[in-house]
Ligand binder design. Structure first.
Ligand code: MN
Ligand code: MN
Length: 467
């Protein structure tokens, strides 16, 4: 008996033991997990595009006392500010009690997700059916986007400077859209093709109508009927699509998965699951943090973080510059002392596809937030590879607060890989570590995450802000 105890003690002392989080959390935490995820599901349904996600994030922030950051504003400790970047990204901050030359604590996530964008000239008619041509955004597996219900969300920027909001499919009485696929009876040849070639991008055409305009027998009557409906509802013409951003996104809502309701299935977990964690942790901060806390919700990560609303944009630097200017602190002094949790999803180990994972170094469902020292592909290409000191800092921070975490890599070394915004933040002389929620079926129209992992990522973000 004593010998057994000794062995157990030795094991506990020496081994890095991974545990299912449900065996570890107490009843109060269990309740907090489920409560937290109710708010997250609303966030997902409201924010299926980067623009609608920014709108809802700002709404939540305002109701927690955040005000728009104006250049030259006096900023006292405890003040809560935000700034929207062109409707597609937003930065928020809670001013800390310590001066900005002590650095800031950042959580950065992205709120764009893979989807189908409408082409600039999308509408056409073929065989008395009207379709929208699409151009996919981000890394999608095209075969997953056919024969599912789709909704349209976006904006049309009119020449007179006004903006028209387009949303069809989010309300209960709205019609939906879909992309058709071959029937198995005629799909023999298609089925022989590799998965990546079976559905060419130019066949991802969204069915939007089939009823011709009455009293007209010329060609293009179905297309004209669709345009007529759009003009009546939105006042837009075919040419106005040229200056529009309309996204086709899955029409299903976020929902509990499993008999035990331990998981959430939804569109856009990548990376709103971390965006919400970073935002909610900031809204829930008790009192004034020591260091200034900054939450970054960036756009364009799925296409390389380029562009004016992506993480490579100087929008971030300008934001920090404006904070620093209020205290006459040089930005470089602030940045070199700062820390960032680059909060983005990682691949959850999937026993159905075990061959692409290396189990010892994979993120497991229900084992908490996944920390990634590096991302990238092959020889860590495209990764910022955090310093060992940065990893130790986060280990201590999370362990001190009983936040469940696990160390993770994304798949086998030769299998592939992926990047995050981490390298663009680290490039700015900021210590940065990747961390995020493990996801099953990442980038699919319907992705799955564990509620416990969502909550632990929120708790990790809070730990970063509180320092
Ligand atoms: Mn991501
Ligand atoms: Mn992604």
């Amino acid at each position: 008996m004593e010998e057994k105890n000794e062995l157990k003690q030795l094991r506990d002392k020496l081994l890095y033991q991974k545990k299912n989080g449900w065996d570890v959390v107490d009843e109060a935490t269990e309740k907090a997990i489920f409560d937290y995820c109710e708010g997250y599901k609303v966030y997902l349904d409201k924010g299926k595009t980067e623009r609608t996600c920014v709108e809802y994030s700002v709404e939540l922030a305002k109701s927690s006392g955040f005000v728009e950051l104006k250049r030259g504003m006096a900023l006292a400790p405890g003040m809560k500010v935000y700034r929207v970047n062109r409707g597609r990204a937003v930065n928020l901050a809670v001013i800390g009690s310590a001066p900005l030359d002590q650095g800031i604590s950042i959580v950065a996530a992205h709120i764009d997700s893979p989807r189908l964008d409408l082409k600039p000239t999308p509408l056409y008619e073929d065989s008395d059916m009207a379709f929208f041509k699409t151009h996919y955004y981000g890394g999608i597996r095209k075969y997953q986007w056919v024969t599912i219900p789709l909704e349209l969300r976006g904006v049309v920027a009119m020449k007179d400077g006004s903006m028209v909001n387009v949303s069809v499919g989010s309300q209960p009485d709205d019609p939906l859209f879909t992309i058709d696929d071959l029937l198995p009876h005629l799909g023999g040849e298609q089925s022989k093709k590799p998965l990546g070639e079976a559905i060419p991008a130019e066949t991802l055409n969204i069915l939007v109508g089939s009823r011709p305009l009455k009293g007209d027998d010329s060609a293009g009557r179905v297309k004209l009927a669709v345009l007529e409906l759009l003009y009546r509802r939105y006042g837009i013409t075919e040419a106005d699509f040229i200056s529009a951003e309309i996204e086709a996104v899955p029409a299903f809502c976020a929902t509990d998965i499993g008999f035990d309701r331990s998981l959430i299935g939804a569109y856009g977990h990548d990376d709103r699951v971390c965006g919400y964690a970073g935002l909610k942790a900031m809204l829930d901060l008790n009192g004034t943090p020591c260091r200034t806390a900054v939450c970054v919700l960036a756009d364009k990560e799925e296409v390389g973080s380029h562009g004016v609303s992506g993480m490579q944009s100087h929008f971030f630097d300008t934001f920090v510059d404006d904070l620093c200017a209020s205290q006459n602190v040089p930005v470089k002094t602030c940045l070199e002392k700062s820390f960032c949790l680059s909060c983005d999803v990682t691949a959850a180990y999937d026993p159905n596809f075990a061959e692409v994972y290396e189990k010892n170094n994979s993120a497991m469902i229900n084992q908490g937030v996944g920390l990634c020292k590096y991302t990238g592909s092959r020889g860590k290409s495209g990764s910022s590879d955090a310093g060992a000191e940065a990893v130790a800092y986060v280990r201590r921070l999370l362990d001190d607060r009983n936040v469940l975490w696990q160390m993770a890599e994304m798949g086998k070394v030769d299998q592939g890989g992926g990047g995050t915004v981490a390298c663009y933040i680290a490039d700015r002389n900021i210590d940065t570590l990747d961390a995020g929620v493990p996801v099953l079926s990442m980038h699919a129209p319907f992705e799955t995450v564990s509620k416990l992992d969502c909550y632990m990522t929120y708790a990790a973000c809070k730990a970063i802000y509180e320092g």
